[in-house]
Design a protein around this ligand. Sequence first.
Ligand code: NI
Length: 189
Amino acid sequence: MKLPIYLYGHPVLRKVSEPIDLSAYDGLSQLVDDMFETMYASDGCGLAAPQIGRNDRIVVIDADVLKDSYPECAGRRLVLINPEVEVLDGDPVRRSEGCLSLPGLSEDVERVEHIRLDWTGLDGVSHSEEMSGFLSRIVQHECDHLEGKVYMDHVSGTRRMLLHSKLRGIVEGKVSCGYRVVSAPKKRK
Ligand code: NI
């Protein structure tokens, strides 16, 4: 089942998400299926649970679509439960990013190149892997969502000023995109 995507400005995107207890979480595999379906239907390559309105530490990624430009993405379809990112090194690299919660925008973002990612899979198995390149970037972007951050937080204040009216439009739900969305609750004047 496709789920609506929560837009920039909604408070659910600003909360720190809770760790998951795999054995006690009802309907987790169905939820993960729904997250993949939602992500594919909106042409995304990653989706974090806050983006479908849940403050739980769950991320889905399918980066295979980017393999022609970024070979490290080939075949990488991941379910990350309780992921932890450790920065390994590196000079920050600038590349363009977008986000399903900010339709119609993409901006250059600086991120480190190399990380170590620890996570649990849907089957309860623990994983630990070094990642680099664009795969590392996707993971950092999605794990930011679990900390209540979005990529726009990494964009300079001057640049954000220039985007102000577009960002305002998203906050007010004035977007046209090919998927269902939930915009921020209206503020009382
Ligand atoms: Ni995002």
